[in-house]
Design a protein around this ligand. Structure first.
Ligand code: FAD
Ligand code: 2HG
Ligand code: ZN
Length: 439
């Protein structure tokens, strides 16, 4: 993003858990700050030093430790790249329970540390459910071995949950045990062009009802996001006829057990939607080949990259009621307009897209530069808007360095006090990713 900058002089790339432990022990003794770094794809500055902390990169810890094709349990070093794990288990007919646009660079340890959501959460749930065990180096160098592969284990406090989403503030994850589901026998997707945003919710209801168990993703992009994706070469554009009059788009994916059965369900869905008295959609484009399947996904997954190519992005990753997605985008745009900032040399676009099925909107403001004028117009405005809907200021990207001051919009004072107590307990010297998550 080119937004966060530190002044680290040292990057260490340990190869084993013991090496991580030795480094951390040394830093603990000398009170040297540490930033754990995975694929460095995070969007809230969590993997970037605030000052001159030592960076501990997990890039050299990238071995699969074991995979059991019967249970689907994978145990891997934290530095394994998500895509390489997907490739590793594919011949055994399993898939990773998490998928996201950064899959070619992000690491499983980074995914766990951020509790990344992504495109499959609707189907497989959050990492709090699929991670079975972790190996973690604590801030004094102690190795906490909880790398179990048990589905059921109610032996007191479930400590691993604390590290899922802690963004490296409580320790360095060095190993991950994760439950991988069997690959679907058939996957398909369709993109719907909608005349109004108001149709998204009823469409979601119909799609859920009709596709039921084979629905695996329901993703939303507004017209601006679609246009930017196409402009910057993400996926293949739909025909002019298909996009005419569309205010937004919804990408639906199915993953099921039998191709003919799934195709029939999808075709029936499309027919019912198009033949309705008041159709919710203008049109639907059904993928006809694996290439088209990928291309439709690229239109959605490529929005982040397209936005970065277009300008500097101010990113807000919020949980708000589904019915307010469009209002949040429109109100923000109007607010910027009222401040005189909606102009070519300031804010170019206000874009909305995200994971409808999870109530997670990505609100991206694309500008010419990062400036305090735009920043001050956006914050606390957006956070107050989110709080007014009792939403979350971080649905899935985390707090990092970006939102430490905004935590209180979504967490009560009591929650923050107890989070600070936990941090103090694990890391009394405050060396583990200082300046992140908590102020
Ligand atoms: P990094 O960016 O290196 O680090 C992220 C945080 O985790 C930092 O605080 C870091 O200190 C900590 N960390 C990293 N590794 C470890 C470790 N081993 N132990 C302890 N702490 C560690 N996020 C979503 O939730 N859903 C999405 O759909 C999604 N899509 C994305 C698409 C794109 C194109 C991009 C660029 C990002 C996207 N993200 C998404 C952001 C997401 O948070 C990251 O991509 C990913 O989970 C971070 O993994 P990473 O290995 O790059 O971690
Ligand atoms: C996505 O869903 C990611 O595409 C990234 O979470 C969102 O860039 C963003 O704001
Ligand atoms: Zn997302």
């Amino acid at each position: 993003m080119g937004k966060y900058h530190g002044n680290a002089t040292t990057v260490l790339k340990p190869k084993t858990t013991q090496e991580v432990s030795d480094i951390v022990k040394w830093c603990h003794e000398k009170r040297i700050g540490i930033v754990p770094q995975g694929g460095n794809t995070g969007l809230v500055g969590g993997s970037v030093p605030v000052q001159d902390e030592v960076i501990i990169s997990l890039a050299n810890m990238s071995q699969v430790r074991s995979f059991d094709p019967i249970s689907g349990i994978l145990i891997a070093d934290a530095g394994c790249i998500l895509q390489s794990l997907t490739d590793y288990i594919a011949p055994h007919h399993h898939v990773m329970p998490i998928d996201l646009g950064a899959k070619g660079s992000c690491q499983i340890g980074g995914n766990v540390a951020t509790n990344a959501g992504g495109l499959r959460l609707l189907r497989y749930g959050s990492l709090h459910g699929s991670v079975l065990g972790l190996e973690v180096v604590l801030p004094d160098g102690t190795i906490l071995d909880q790398l179990t592969s048990l589905r059921k284990d109610n032996t007191g406090y479930d400590l691993k949950q604390l590290f899922i989403g802690a963004e490296g503030t409580l320790g360095i994850i060095t190993g991950v045990s994760i439950l991988t589901p069997p690959s679907p026998q058939a996957s398909n997707n369709v993109i719907f062009a909608l005349p109004h945003f108001d149709n998204v919710l009823p469409l979601y209801q119909s799609v859920k009802r009709q596709l039921s168990e084979i629905l695996s993703a329901f993703e939303f992009i507004d017209r601006t996001a679609y246009d930017l994706a196409v402009k910057h070469g993400q996926g293949r554009a739909l025909s002019d006829e298909d996009v005419e009059g569309a205010q937004c788009f919804v990408l639906v994916e199915t993953s099921g057990g039998r191709r003919e059965h799934d195709e029939e369900k999808l075709t029936t869905l499309l027919e019912t939607l198009l033949e309705a008295d008041k159709p919710l959609i203008n049109t639907g484009v059904l993928a006809q080949s694996p290439a088209q399947f990928s291309s439709l996904w690229a239109l959605r997954e490529g929005v982040t990259e397209a936005v970065s190519k277009e300008g500097k992005a101010y990113k807000y990753d919020i949980s708000v009621p589904l019915s307010t997605f469009k209002e949040c985008v429109d109100v923000t745009r109007e607010h910027l307009r009222s401040k005189g900032l909606m102009r070519e040399d300031a804010v170019k676009h206000v874009v909305g897209y995200g994971h409808v099925g999870d109530g997670n909107l990505h609100l991206n403001v694309v500008a010419d530069t990062y400036s305090s004028e735009i920043q001050d117009a956006l914050e606390p405005f957006i956070y107050e808007l989110v709080a007014s809907h009792r939403g979350s200021v971080s649905a899935e990207h985390g707090i990092g360095a970006m939102k430490t001051h905004a935590l209180h919009y979504s967490k009560s004072a009591v929650s923050i006090t107890w989070m600070k107590k936990i941090k103090e307990l694990f890391d009394p010297r405050g060396i583990m990713n200082p300046g992140k998550v908590l102020e």
